[in-house]
Design a protein around this ligand. Sequence first.
Ligand code: GAL
Length: 723
Amino acid sequence: MINPIKWIRLRRLVILILLVSPFIQTYAQDVPLHWTKKSAGVWAAEAGQPEKVNLTSVSQVTPKTEALTAMGDLSFPLSENEIKATIFDGKTYLQLPLEVGEQIFGLGLNFKTVEQRGKILRLHMDHYGGTDNGRSHAPVPFYVSSKGYGVFINSARYIDIWVGTAVSATSKVPMDARDRNTDKSWSAQPYSDNISVLIPAQGVEILVFGGPTPLDAVSRFNLFNGGGTLPPKWGLGFWHRTPTLYSDSLVLNEVKEFKQHQFPLSVIGLEPGWQSKSYPCTYEWDKGRFPNPAKFMAQLKDQGVQTNLWMNPYISPESELIKKLKPFTASHTVWNGFIPDYGLPQTNKIIGDHLKQHELDLGVSGFKMDENDGFDNWLWSDVTRFPSGIPAEQMRQLYGVMMQKMTTQLYREQNRRTYGLVRASNAGGSSYPYVIYNDYYSHRDFITALINSSFIGVLWTPEVRSSPTAEEWLRRMQTVCFSPLAMLNAWSDGTKPWSFPEVEKQVADVAKLRMQLIPYIYTCFAEYSFYGRPPMRAMNLLPGFYSAPEIVAGKLSSTDNPYAKATRKEIKDQFMVGDNLLIAPLFAGETERKVVLPKGRWYDFYTGQLAGEGEVIKVAPGLDKIPVYVRDGGIIPMYETPQLSLKSQEKRDLIIRFYGKKEAVYKLYDDDGETFDYEKGAYSWREIRVASAKDGKLKGSISKAEKTKPDNFASVKFQFMSE
Ligand code: GAL
């Protein structure tokens, strides 16, 4: 028997605990951050108890430590005591410092603005809906600062982030409250000295990347995520996707038409109609439209054309696959299709084996993985449960990366490189050979997305579908040819490159230029893979380039905006391809535009003439050509003649263009163009040097390809464009 006095004391104790426990739970706990070095210029710290499932645990890529070490070491780029973490209310609160004038880039695939300071975002996987609110195809929780460092929040949750908008009562900058009644300088956007982050989990890993430049910080982030992808050479040629219900003979006929029009073609994409059923999908060939897929693909291959197949994740109850797959699918369905749980090895094996047997082994070169992003009505809801136990929220953030990982692995097992399309990616996706696209068809915003993709380790294509006018058609074609994937997606409109006869020649010219530029573009991708440097990139990533956005005062209105919010004008319509080419697209309706030429001299790509020097120029180039500029000392290796299709093993003549007057050195990358043998050393970086000879004239030379290494050039010539 328990003694009654002890019993009363025990009861009191229990009551006391019950009374104080809500206060214990809600008491905010500041947690210490211990920074440890992960690699040269990369540090990590854990706040609280990070979740097991996060962005890097799923992508599972190995950091390129040697390349990181080669970039050199440096000291921690922020002041450690200004990074604060608190666990409260079941969530992690982070605060990171911001300096006056500091610019912040990245934080997902934004379409409207390049700089993110001043934004409030919820990083949430979705099909882009027309507003830069954090919902995007790649809600990568990484930002890079104009001060030359980067921060990565390694969480697969929906993350809220206040980018210089949350004003702390203990800010370093003294409070400056003004009277709106009388003070004209009152501002609706008071100064904030921090980036605040809210992660709905009781812990998170935070990574900091050193620079010293913003490009270095991005490169370190990419190298940490396994380095950028190196596509097969054919992936950099011209792509065409045929209408949904095309059959094998219609596709072959289309290929014939490309030949008749002397238009380049490297990859043919088949849309949903290659499958017996789609939305939900069978992943099985339609026997009526494609009675003999192996023969069909061999015919395409004979003509130097690769095949890419569309798919979405949702599996039809009528697919053979479902017999085995059913136990590894989610509690809910999408379009009445089962949702495979890629968090389980069984799912990857069952789908992987199927794709291998029915697609890869017949010759399919890659996939377009659609509908793994959103919109909310077209995806599983957050109440869906997955047998792996991964919550639906994390699944949504990770699904695209999981599909990329599975398919990349299949090709790797066959020692073949693939290149394809995906609508959802995230941190950890850089080394996977996929390019993001979407249905939001704004040409101008597509270019801003291309710029923004370079901050967050993903690739983006401003694909062409259709156009109301020949002018827009040509303008779109001109930009897509300078992007990671040059593609006409005619799935719905049945357009062809020559759909506007009045600009057929100009469209063909730019597609052929793309084919000629492959040695240069392939080298840009090798730099992405070996050194983490994005192939197409923002002007803001140019070392030493700083362009303060022009602040435009907002207008006050009693109905729409009582707070006169200021907006920023920034460079969001020109970009770099590698270190040497500056692309300044024009959009329909424009006859002239401004081009910001960074420091140094810049030359016109087509004529070699001086265009300007560290200044803003105004150009009116006409419709035929997209303005392209080359830096002084710019070396551009090109195929001498444009080929219509790409066979990796073919030896071709190389012409090395040189622009300007400045002596220069450039490294040209090459390998077999289609296997992973380069990872075992089967590649070369050939040195191209342009220097003044005794007579004062510039002369070019190229180092010999090493005997045991691939050499794909039959002859080499130099062309001095600015003489
Ligand atoms: C869309 C996709 C298009 C096309 C279409 C086919 O979701 O973005 O590119 O593939 O599906 O139904």
